[in-house]
Design a protein around this ligand. Sequence first.
Ligand code: FES
Ligand code: FES
Length: 170
Amino acid sequence: MTAQPESAPEQTIDVRVRVNGVLREVTVPSRRLLSDVLRHDLRLTGTHVGCEHGVCGACTVLLDGEPVRSCLTLAATADGHEVTTVEGLAAADGTLHPVQQAFVETHGLQCGFCTPGFVTTVAAYLEQNPDPTEEEATEAISGNLCRCTGYQGIRAAVLRAAELRKEAAR
Ligand code: FES
Ligand code: FES
């Protein structure tokens, strides 16, 4: 009988990341994905994982305010940075983020699986373009897939969220 070679223990890394305003520290295998750290290590299951190939956008979170596919991002990339998940968008008193409120008002939610990725994507988009046209709203959500194909409600949510932001700024 031939002895099996012993596999080398997987290398681990320490990751310090501010998630939704709170400093979190985890020691994880160096190849661990940010989506897995958020969902499994930090139990922030609002970030959904669909395709795991960067296609559907369900796993989108904000890294220093920029939308990223957490299923394609190594947790190590987030070390020393700021991550915002869908759980971090509402105000401390529970008031929904304008994009969340807009999804409710315009029936942008169907099964809800894609919703966290849309909400984080749109929240970041409106920071860059606070007054989108209908065409720009369509473009804003073009990188996210909704298997229920309820895109009209989601596009309406982008436009309604822009209105809500303006109202809040008055
Ligand atoms: S799960 Fe990351 S893009 Fe689909
Ligand atoms: S609401 Fe069902 S996948 Fe988008």
